[in-house]
Design a protein around this ligand. Structure first.
Ligand code: DUC
Ligand code: ZN
Ligand code: ZN
Length: 485
């Protein structure tokens, strides 16, 4: 069999196995795994390297306006390049509907942003803030039909939040079509109440962002979101879980058979609220929501990751520069409530997870692969085309030098700071392929903007979903009331 490219002499790892093999690639897909593959027009020597599925970054904000209308610093060119240097061969940013905007218009806008610029494959999660009848009945099903199979909602932020009734509507539509609902789960009124009291007492500095978003606000909202999903028996994904209590709720729901998954993010594993207390206005760099917590929370979240309660570690790359175009768009003296929420991390996610997770023995290599690629591919409907190394899968591959030591500095994103800067790291992705094309080769960018393709995703896998639909929705027990999906 002829191959376009062979990766030789590497140690291959998937979410389950680690083995020595050559990988033969033809027409962008893996067609041969063998001890030794003879002859190829092109080859990469991976001696001493790890050959892993390319990372899938499933939570990032690229060329997206926040609920407040603030545009992220990275567009699809810089965002995808930074993702690739961080070991990713595919990403799934958000396509954000703002109130008054049609879903169709939203998707077309993001197509126009992504298609000409992305160097890696991409899809979108739709953010839904205006679930009109048209959106629920026609536009969300249409988006789903073209392969956008996850819809995100917010339980907080005045301009983005939906109420519980709207949440139920979206969950039911998603369930009917096989889409997955994602949620930013924090109790809006607990946050507003705390913020108002803090500000009234003159506490405006970045450090007060942490107490303004209590852990209980997250736990209450996760519990409510899971309850709403259970009422209609719909699958649910909790984004950026920052509390052990929240992770326990996810674990417990799944243990009872519900399709409820969650992720945490590098900022909750590697930073603490002490970072909000940095001198001057530096603390603004560390404002994100949910907020950074404490060292005990970090350890507890590692436990939740290691023991499988949380299925992904995603970056939540939300890049706002440390200037008036980003963090301080409300002015140089902005209070913690006005400073833009979010920090970059798309290029740091996997090196941090490898260095602090695999090298330090907190997780094994196969779990690293699961957390960085395979679980995202499965949860978001891209497996087995993406997220693994198998015959027939896309040749989305990251070749890692597991021993390279380096210090985190400037990244390839459009940012002017790296919240993880100065950290010593062991292990680095050196070559990244997307469908067999070199995106990054030996630390050099090869791909061109526009080389990435939109990936139409499959419905969420509901196999084994244990029925949680409430009795009250059962026509046999609901006294004849008609409860439409
Ligand atoms: N939620 C996110 O998912 N990202 C940035 C800010 C936020 O609140
Ligand atoms: Zn969020
Ligand atoms: Zn986010």
């Amino acid at each position: 069999m002829t191959h376009d490219l062979v990766i030789r002499n590497g140690t291959v790892a998937t979410a389950t196995d680690t083995f020595a093999a050559d990988i033969g690639i033809r027409d962008g897909r893996i067609v041969t795994l063998a001890d030794r593959i003879e002859g190829a027009s092109d080859e990469i020597d991976a001696s001493g390297k790890l050959v892993l599925p390319g990372g899938i970054e499933a939570h990032c904000h690229i060329e997206q306006e926040s609920g407040m209308g603030l545009l992220a610093a990275d567009d699809y060119r810089t965002g995808s390049i930074s993702a690739a240097f961080g070991g990713n061969s595919c990403f799934v940013p958000f396509a954000a509907q703002h109130r008054g905007m049609a879903i169709k218009e939203t998707v077309e806008l993001y197509d126009s942003r992504a298609a000409p610029k992305s160097v890696i494959d991409y899809s979108y999660h739709l953010i839904v803030t205006d679930p009109t009848e048209l959106a629920l009945m026609k536009e969300l099903p249409e988006a789903f039909a073209r392969g956008i199979t996850s819809f995100k909602v917010f339980m907080t932020y005045a301009l983005s939040k939906i109420d519980d009734r709207q949440f139920l509507d979206i969950l039911s539509v998603a369930k009917a079509h096989g889409a997955l609902t994602m949620v930013h789960a924090e109790n809006n009124e607990m946050i507003n109440w705390m913020s108002e009291r803090l500000l009234a007492a003159g506490h405006e500095a970045p450090r007060y962002h942490a107490p303004s978003h209590p852990a209980l606000a997250e736990e209450e909202a996760i519990n409510r979101a899971i309850s709403l999903a259970k009422l209609v028996d719909a699958p649910l994904f909790i984004v950026h879980v920052s509390t052990p209590g929240g992770a326990e709720l996810v674990r417990a729901a799944r243990a009872r058979g519900a399709k409820v998954w969650g992720e945490t993010c590098p900022q909750y594993l590697f930073l603490t609220r002490d970072d909000l207390d940095r001198p001057g206005s530096e603390g603004a760099k560390y404002i994100c929501s949910p907020p950074l917590r404490d060292a005990a929370t970090q350890e507890a979240l590692w436990h939740q990751v290691r023991t499988g309660a949380l299925s992904l570690v995603s970056s939540d790359h939300a890049p706002y520069r440390f200037d008036e175009t980003g963090k301080f768009n409300a002015g140089p003296d902005a209070s913690f409530k006005q400073i833009a929420n979010g920090m970059p991390g798309i290029e740091m996610r996997l090196p941090l997870l490898f260095s602090e997770g695999v090298v330090k023995g907190r997780i094994g290599l196969n779990q690293f692969v699961a957390l960085s690629a395979t679980n995202a591919a499965k949860i978001y409907g891209m497996h087995p085309a993406k997220g693994t190394i198998a015959i027939g899968s896309d040749a989305d591959i990251a070749i890692w030098d597991p021993e390279q030591t380096w210090v985190a500095g400037e990244m390839h994103d459009a940012m002017d700071y790296n919240p993880f800067g100065g950290r010593p790291i062991t292990g680095r992705p050196v070559t990244v392929l997307s469908r067999g094309r070199r995106v990054v080769d030996d630390g050099e960018l090869i791909a061109q903007p526009g080389d990435g393709q939109f990936i139409a995703r499959k419905p969420v896998d509901l196999t084994g979903l244990k029925g949680h639909q409430a009795d009250e929705l059962n026509p046999a027990t609901n006294f004849g009331a008609r409860v439409a999906p």
